[in-house]
Write a protein that binds this ligand. Structure first.
Ligand SMILES: C[S@@+](CC[C@H](N)C(=O)[O-])C[C@H]1O[C@@H](n2cnc3c(N)ncnc32)[C@H](O)[C@@H]1O
Length: 266
């Protein structure tokens, strides 16, 4: 039987698990050893990489495209700009950026080689390969120089990172002074009038869709749970400030389902 609400899900998963030893974190509604999470997240994206793009279109009814285009509009791409797109996966943000600025360049960095391989194939097929590089790396320990990028984006990636504070510090480190951090991410709550319908769609429909389209229900169960574990926009803004950023703010979209968070390295 499918659980009818987020609360049912939380109590179910809490009852069924044994507490791991040492430092812990969350993987959806489960508590897991901190050093196990990255591999679990890798497992999720290895499993869905090839069907990831189509699943995004189906479960968001195409709306993720509007959110991603809004992210590129906020970025205000300029000639010669070099973007670092973290957790860039299959290249969705990178290619939109390259469409918006003729001589821009992008580094797509992701911890998952399978997702990058799909992105690289798309880059070749769609003619972006000479302006895009693909680097396997962890948002918490970036293989890039201090003050080396003109902008940093992370779209639907940061909630998967084990220690978000470390990813934010790394973003700050690699940005040039005056450059901006942009994060597109789901928010845990929507406007109250839609909350019930949103919960039903999230917990009862999306995992089933995941099963039908990617043959992987569990990954999409993790997906909906991880959204609910992500901080509220205000809390996340506080974390961005704590990493050293100035002019921190966010813009909520689609009744609060997603938000674009920004900060500037002064
Ligand atoms: C939901 S996908 C988002 C892909 C793309 N940015 C988009 O908006 O369609 C999340 C991505 O985050 C990546 N990821 C998770 N943890 C990461 C980490 N610690 N460092 C870098 N990438 C990570 C995953 O491998 C996956 O490709």
């Amino acid at each position: 039987m499918v659980s009818s609400s987020k609360d049912d899900m939380m109590s179910e998963t809490a009852e069924n698990q044994t507490e791991p030893k040492g430092a812990t974190t969350h993987f959806g509604f489960k508590t897991v050893a901190e050093d196990a999470k990255a591999d679990m997240v890798k497992g999720v994206f290895n499993s869905v990489a090839k069907r990831y793009d189509i699943m995004n279109d189906v479960m968001s009814v195409g709306v993720h495209r509007i959110w991603k285009n809004s992210l590129i509009d906020s970025l205000n791409p300029r000639p010669g700009m070099h973007l670092l797109d973290l957790a860039g996966g299959t290249g969705d943000i990178a290619f939109r950026f390259l469409d918006a600025v003729r001589d821009g360049t992008v580094t797509v960095c992701d911890i998952n080689a399978e997702m990058l391989a799909v992105g690289q194939e798309r880059a070749v097929a769609q003619g972006y390969a000479d302006r895009a590089e693909f680097v396997c790396g962890d948002a918490m320990k970036l293989p890039f120089d201090n003050r080396s990028v003109d902008a940093y984006t992370i779209s639907f990636g940061i909630r998967n990172v084990t220690r978000i504070e470390e990813a934010l510090s790394e973003a700050f480190r690699v940005l040039k002074p005056g450059a901006k951090f942009y994060c597109l991410e789901f928010s845990p709550q929507v406007v109250p009038v839609l909350q019930k319908a949103y919960d039903t769609y999230s917990f009862n429909v999306i995992p089933k869709m995941g099963e039908m389209i990617t043959n992987d229900r569990d990954s999409y169960q993790y997906f909906v749970e991880s959204i609910r574990r992500f901080p509220t926009p205000q809390k996340f803004a506080d974390m961005i400030k704590a990493a050293g950023f100035s002019r921190v703010g966010w813009r909520s979209m689609s009744a609060g389902i997603a938000a674009i968070h920004t900060g500037t390295r002064i």
